[in-house]
Design a protein around this ligand. Structure first.
Ligand SMILES: Nc1ncnc2c1ncn2[C@@H]1O[C@H](COP(=O)(O)OP(=O)(O)OP(=O)(O)O)[C@@H](O)[C@H]1O
Length: 384
């Protein structure tokens, strides 16, 4: 969808901002450009909508060499979101959002209807916020309007330069979440510039890590964190890259431990016998359809009645496919030594701290070797 072929940009004063850059972004893919200040990220991005012209090389958008496309027409196909949102202060939020459709000749009612739809998409109630003026919104809300406005003419490509840079960390995380949800629905081809490695990892399907004017590594966040291509990348992603990886490594069924199970309606004695035979101290309690109800300890099973009479509620659970970080968070939140992993309501197994560590290690090795995670052999200390 976007292709750079040996693109360089030298400024008249001799600064080489971008040096022989080649990469490709597929349709519907979100690529983050990350690197320290002055490494050429913004220059790269602004060459895509021809706000900056390359000194050499070619850039293609949707197969067209953009040097041959009229810049104004090109920019209509490319939404652009910048940190200083640049809303018109004397126009309402609704009219600000409708700016581009109005420019390209949509009827006013159609442009406004589209603007309302987009405000809704970015989490702003159009009835409440549409009639307001920019100075009547918070920074985070203005940022959302910027995203809505960039999407208004439904461009296939979105360029975003530090779009969430101007807000505090909590709002920033919220905006990132909302943006990811929205992107899952609209699937634009996105180039997003950030100097924040966490943001690049969180948002990117792939990420380009910039050194001075060059890309040092272009890969999935998992691969960049797990197998940095150069010492520079390793230093840039930081010593805590294992922690960062927790947020991009998904829980798989193979990661799970299978504890003893007890059924809600069975007598305590029967379950106690099974636990004793396995030397286990607790069991997970399910109903007939395999839905998680809670857990029961070996001590509880000494009492009469059914398992259901003595089951403890279990709120520490996560869906399969959630990031390991979420499982770890839930474990800490409930002060639990394990979390249940569910597929819908169905119980799949439990994740323990040891299993969590193993999953993380296995995913690092899998990325380094370029194979699937279940093909990595892992000898844990516990197995030794
Ligand atoms: N008009 C210009 N004339 C000369 N040098 C320029 C010009 N614009 C940018 N540069 C230089 O080109 C290099 C790359 O700049 P660019 O804005 O692309 O970096 P960046 O990675 O986006 O940085 P930041 O994160 O600080 O925005 C820098 O060294 C910058 O000083």
């Amino acid at each position: 969808m976007i292709r750079f072929e040996q693109v360089s940009k030298r400024y008249p004063d001799g600064t080489t901002a971008v040096d022989d850059l080649s990469f490709e972004v597929s349709e519907g893919e979100l690529v983050t450009l990350v690197g320290p200040s002055g490494c050429g990220k913004t220059t790269t991005m602004m060459m895509v909508n021809r706000l900056i012209e390359p000194t050499s090389g070619r850039i293609y958008v949707n197969g067209d060499d953009i040097a041959t496309v009229d810049p104004v027409r090109l920019r209509r196909r490319i939404g652009y979101v910048i940190q200083q949102v640049g809303l018109f202060p004397h126009r309402t939020i609704l009219d600000n959002t409708a700016t581009v459709p109005a420019l390209v000749g949509w009827k006013k009612t159609k442009a406004r209807a589209r603007a309302a739809e987009l405000l809704d998409l970015v989490g702003l109630d159009p009835k409440r916020y549409g009639p307001r003026y920019p100075d009547q919104l918070s920074g985070g809300q203005r940022q959302r309007v910027g995203v809505a406005r960039a999407l208004a003419a439904d461009p296939p490509v979105l360029l975003m330069d530090e779009p969430f840079g101007a807000v505090d960390p909590v709002v920033r995380e919220q905006l990132q979440d909302e943006f990811l949800r929205m992107q899952a629905a609209v699937r634009k081809t996105v180039l997003l510039v950030t100097h924040d490695i966490e943001e690049a990892v969180r948002l990117g399907d792939r990420m380009a890590v910039y050194g001075q004017g060059r890309i040092e590594q272009f890969d999935t966040p998992g691969a960049v964190l797990g197998a940095p291509a150069t010492p520079y990348v390793a230093e840039f992603v930081g010593a805590d890259r294992g922690l960062k990886r927790l947020s991009v490594t998904e829980i798989e069924v193979d990661d799970l431990e299978q504890p003893p199970l007890a059924r809600l309606d069975e007598p305590t004695g029967a379950a106690a016998g099974r636990l004793g035979a396995e030397g286990a101290r607790w069991a997970v309690v399910l109903d007939d359809s395999g839905t998680l109800h809670g857990w029961i300890g070996a001590d509880d099973l000494a009492a009469d009645g059914t398992v259901g009479d003595h089951t403890h509620r279990m709120n520490a659970w996560v869906p399969v496919g959630a990031p390991l970080k979420q499982a770890f968070g839930v474990m800490l939140q409930h002060d639990a030594g394990w979390v249940a992993v569910l597929d819908g309501a169905r119980f799949l197994g439990v994740l323990t701290p040891a299993k969590l560590h193993e999953a993380l290690r296995r995913s690092v090795d899998a990325d380094a070797l370029g194979v699937a995670r279940d093909q990595v052999r892992f000898d844990s200390v516990a197995d030794a």
